[in-house]
Ligand binder design. Structure first.
Ligand SMILES: [Zn+2]
Length: 408
């Protein structure tokens, strides 16, 4: 018996060490596991009257549906985890066999509704529901939307959707126009590529980092980012001169899984990625960090500017407070003064204390390279054309300031 055991020992040890390695590997990947309940993509079909709801599209979120009476329904909206920011995202489609008007109780299990829903008949062109359509009484009763529906689906969402496929299309169109390639910095938890491109030659000494959509529902940040980047890529003397000196690294979607699944805030690890820039516990933040470190090392001089595009209640910049020895001192002052003078209607606000010591992207970049690091927030309800105008002005201001300081 003992002989048998001793003969088996090497094999057992090999098995044990194999098991140990598997455990180690599993532990290594434990942080990359899906830690939030995934929304079920499904339809809700009713017979009398014949009405259909569904969340079968990229960026959709609908967590439950129930018929309360003829033409009366209740939809359930829940976040991916709690506690969470009050950015209650929902997006679904509804249609009916016969034209009719239904009422929808919007039951939010976590937060108060921010405002009237947005509606669309094609998922691209959106308008805010009329005041008469929407009753949000401050009482025990949830907000009620009155909606005319028919055989063509109506899209209902917290605000307009800028989905992952739409952003990918935008990237491809811009990259082909600008003659640049799209790369991947790594993969999200669910294996989506963290796509980026670089405007300007790899030999350019200047380096600017632009990121967006760490937070899934913050679509006005994407609208601002897209116009900002289009302006840098534009065929103007200023943009051409800027691209002769600078590389601009653009990562439009840092949280592609969250955007795809219609999350309120987190990635699939249940982590707010813009609080993960100290621990780097998530593959998305690690991949973007590693890309930035690699490019900064390749240029030698490090980056000059970091901008992170988001959405919140107002149009505001969260600038990292300047410290002695920072590069480009006074950049935020001059940039914002110029923007306010050119576009007073936008009401650019600024707050240097907001989240200054949390593990945000701007905090990490500032600590790493001592450069201007700003979160550019666009209001959820700010006019979309005004956001595009502001994005363009922001890009013009950045190019002028950086060229004045670094251009030859
Ligand atoms: Zn945000």
């Amino acid at each position: 018996m003992s002989v048998t055991i001793s003969r088996q020992c090497p094999a057992s040890r090999r098995f044990a060490s194999l098991l140990f390695m598997i455990l180690l590997l599993t532990a290594g990947y434990a942080d990359e596991a899906i830690k939030v309940p995934l929304q079920t993509r499904r339809a809700w079909d009713y017979d009398r009257p014949e009405v259909h709801f569904d969340c079968h599209f990229s960026g959709a979120r609908l967590n439950g549906c129930e018929q309360l009476g003829t033409n009366e329904f209740r939809v359930l909206i829940t976040p991916e985890n709690e506690p969470i920011n009050n950015s209650p995202w929902y997006a679904f489609k509804v249609r009916a066999a016969q034209r009719q008007t239904i009422t929808l109780d919007l039951v939010n299990t976590y937060a108060l509704q921010r405002g009237r829903p947005w509606l669309s008949v094609d998922g691209k062109n959106w308008h805010v529901a009329d005041r008469e359509q929407y009753a949000n009484r401050v009482s025990a009763h949830p907000p009620v939307l009155r909606l005319a529906i028919g055989p063509e689906p109506v899209w209902v969402a917290a605000w307009d959707i800028v989905s992952l496929p739409q952003i990918n299309d935008w990237m491809e169109a811009l990259a082909s126009r600008a003659g640049v390639e799209i790369h991947s910095a790594g993969n999200s938890i669910e294996g989506r590529p963290l796509r980026y491109f670089i405007l300007g030659a790899a030999t350019n000494a200047g380096l600017v980092f632009v990121i967006g959509r760490q937070h899934p529902p913050e679509i006005t940040g994407t609208i601002g980012l897209e116009r900002f980047v289009e302006t840098l890529a534009g065929d103007t003397p200023l943009a051409r001169e800027y691209r002769r000196h600078f590389q601009t690294v653009v990562v439009p979607v840092v949280n592609p899984d969250g955007v795809e699944h219609g999350h309120w805030r987190s990635n699939l690890g249940g982590v707010d990625l813009n609080r993960d820039w100290q621990d780097f516990s998530q593959p998305e933040t690690r991949a973007v960090r590693d890309l930035f470190l690699k490019l900064a090392a390749a240029t030698g001089g490090g980056p000059q500017l970091f901008l992170d595009f988001h959405s919140t209640g107002t149009n505001i910049f969260y600038a990292q407070p300047e410290a002695p020895g920072d590069r480009l001192p006074g950049f935020a002052d001059r940039w914002l003064a110029g923007l306010r003078a050119q576009l007073p209607a936008f009401g650019f606000e600024r707050d240097d204390r907001h989240n200054a010591t949390l593990a945000t992207g701007k905090d990490w970049v500032h600590g790493q390279w001592h450069i201007p690091s700003l979160t550019c927030e666009f209001g959820y309800q700010t006019d979309r054309l005004l956001i595009q105008h502001a994005g363009e002005m922001e890009a013009v201001g950045v190019m002028k300031l950086l060229l004045a300081r670094f251009g030859q």
